[in-house]
Design a protein around this ligand. Structure first.
Ligand SMILES: C[S@@+](CC[C@H](N)C(=O)[O-])C[C@H]1O[C@@H](n2cnc3c(N)ncnc32)[C@H](O)[C@@H]1O
Length: 182
């Protein structure tokens, strides 16, 4: 897994949008925004083969849960090999997040972690995903995104009053990290 699996899937599926996994530096920087002391419900958009998911599972309490939503079938299959009872893998698009969450009786989430390539999405799909995310996160939750540019900021601002960004340069390419909440 890792770069080779990204490359293989990128050739077949342009929605993969990257030929290298996110760096450990970026992952740790994003994780600094998560309070792992309590039981959490996390939704992950675009986990690929689980580069973030594995680190998060190491840090989560035993009663926490993650729903990982991934469009690429090969990545979804490889994620299922993690065999962790806290992890549910769904081979669908993030635009179905509301239906996926309610199908598991979740009416809220503490964090939504997202690496999907928002710049590739149609405007209406992008806005549906952000609107549904804001609804699920309510007043207490946070949307944590990572993208290769700051293009997502104005779109996030439409749904979240507070949006912070920071850069992680120890990533190929450098990564813009977003924290959005109410
Ligand atoms: C840039 S990769 C990031 C992968 C991984 N999270 C990382 O940090 O290296 C984007 C991932 O999002 C997935 N993806 C793209 N569009 C998606 C969508 N609408 N819903 C869910 N996953 C999506 C791709 O298949 C790919 O695995």
């Amino acid at each position: 897994m890792g770069t080779l699996s990204y490359l293989k899937n990128f050739i077949k599926d342009r929605q993969v949008a990257s030929i290298t996994p996110t760096s450990r530096y970026t992952i740790e920087r994003v994780c600094r925004h998560i309070n792992f002391e309590k039981d959490l419900r996390i939704i992950e958009f675009g986990p690929a083969d689980g580069v973030f998911t594995k680190v998060i599972l190491e840090k989560l309490t035993p009663e926490s849960e993650i729903i990982a939503i991934e469009t690429n079938t090969d990545f979804a299959k490889s994620l299922r090999q993690l065999h962790d009872k806290r992890l549910t893998v769904v081979n669908r698009s993030a635009e179905d997040v509301m239906e996926i969450a309610s199908g598991r009786s979740w009416n809220s989430a503490d964090y939504i972690l997202s690496g999907i390539p928002f710049s590739f999405l149609k405007k209406d799909v992008k806005h549906k995903i952000l609107q549904d995310s804001a609804e699920l996160l309510g007043d207490q939750g946070f949307f944590l995104g990572y993208q290769t540019s700051s293009h997502l900021k104005p779109h996030l601002r439409a749904y979240f009053p507070k949006v912070q960004t920071e850069m992680e340069y120890l990533n190929i390419p450098p990564m813009c990290i977003y924290k959005a909440g109410k």
